[in-house]
Design a protein around this ligand. Structure first.
Ligand code: AMP
Length: 362
């Protein structure tokens, strides 16, 4: 099903990603209808309709589906039952498979390694005894992560020499976990890729990401990696997006390692079946933004050009940092984005700033 201008996209989730998707949709003459349980959230300000309801509320979901032409989601923790239910009523892009796969780190890593891609070595850990065996196999340091519902470093514990394994396991709430061997990486990069309904593929230039306290702090584009590594990263993202028969924007987070032969290697860390924070620079810094790209893809429209407008630095405004909005506005060359969040909390993403520098500038 291909949309025409005036059609309505339904978005599950009402955070800043939904907000920026709705803004991109509006520019293309499409309406957005947001479905989320919260009563106040960033996406509501910019959408033409909202449904406040639980993701399990089938009556609310039915009414929502009847009011929209296509459904997408802006975060991956929407219950799969919700997407399965909606799929019977309207096209859901990307579909239920990408969602269920990325909700569980073990399933995701198994999918990647079945594709022949390199990931951190991993083992499922179902209890404290299994953790002892997994640490013996994968060594220290290693990272214990909950299989589900982890984000921004939540649900993770670093295992070092001397760490008390059973205490660490209990600290993650006794949920199913996965142990990952520690990857000694040089840098972290991401590929923001897209696939159209017709199978067309496009990717933005590779983003280099710096985290602080597990939260993305800065993205620089292009990443300081060899051209062959950048090409390999895009090829890898393409392999993943095609294996999933995916429609929309997909983010692939990777580690860049330095191999024994002196060359760079790529280890896939995580997939996000949605637009991604490391792609926010594309609003100001690329011919088509990742949000417009996603809207084009799910509408069944041609993908846009991903041409970059210069060298880019994107900085997240976390918590109190957003209080500097006046100084940011006063500085020519900075593009300010605020997400309309009323309550400042430490660690909360309040907005971001993009700086575009001439290519070759320091
Ligand atoms: P994740 O939630 O899996 O994206 O992990 C959050 C951050 O923890 C990553 O961006 C890395 O900086 C770090 N990290 C995660 N897994 C590993 C690993 N296996 N080896 C080294 N660092 C990791």
């Amino acid at each position: 099903m291909i949309l025409t201008p005036g059609a309505t996209i339904g978005i599950l989730g009402a955070g800043q990603l939904g907000r920026m998707l709705a803004m991109a949709a509006a520019r293309l003459g499409l309406r957005s209808h947001i479905f989320a349980p919260e009563t106040e959230a960033p996406a509501f300000d910019v959408a033409s309709a909202r449904t406040i309801g639980a993701y399990e509320d089938e009556a609310a979901l039915t009414a929502f589906a009847e009011a929209v032409d296509v459904v997408t989601y802006e975060f991956e923790n929407v219950p799969t039952s919700c997407v399965d239910f909606l799929s019977a009523l309207r096209p859901v892009r990307p579909g239920a498979r990408a969602l269920s796969l990325t909700q569980d780190r073990l399933v995701e890593k198994s999918f990647l390694s079945d594709l022949g891609l390199r990931t951190a070595p991993f083992m499922a850990v179902e209890d404290a005894g299994a953790l002892v065996r997994a640490v013996a196999a994968l060594g220290r340091p290693s990272i214990l992560k909950t299989r589900r519902f982890g984000y921004d470093g939540k649900g993770q514990a670093l295992i070092r020499e001397g760490s008390n394994l059973s205490a660490l396991y209990r600290g993650l709430g006794g949920e199913p976990t996965i142990l990952e061997g520690f990857v000694n990486f040089e840098r972290e990069v991401s590929v923001i890729a897209a696939r159209g309904l017709d199978g067309a593929f496009a990717a933005f230039d590779i983003c280099e990401n710096e985290h602080e306290k597990h939260i993305l702090a800065r993205t620089r584009v292009p990443a300081a990696i060899a051209p062959a590594t950048a090409a390999a990263a895009v090829a890898l993202a393409r392999q993943i997006i095609e294996a999933l028969d995916y429609v929309g924007v997909l983010a692939v987070e990777m580690f860049v390692t330095r191999e024994a032969d002196g060359l760079e290697g790529l280890v896939v860390n995580e997939l996000a079946p949605r637009v991604h924070n490391s792609g926010h620079w594309t609003i100001d810094g690329a011919q088509t933004s990742q949000f417009e790209q996603h809207v084009r893809a799910i509408a069944g429209w041609p993908l846009g050009a991903t041409t970059r407008r210069g060298r880019i630095e994107m900085h997240n405004l976390i918590g109190e940092e957003a209080a500097g909005w006046r100084e940011i506005l006063a500085e020519p060359g900075l593009c300010l984005h605020l997400y309309g969040k009323m309550e400042v909390r430490s660690g909360r993403k309040m907005g971001h700033v993009t700086r575009i520098l001439p290519e070759g500038a320091k």
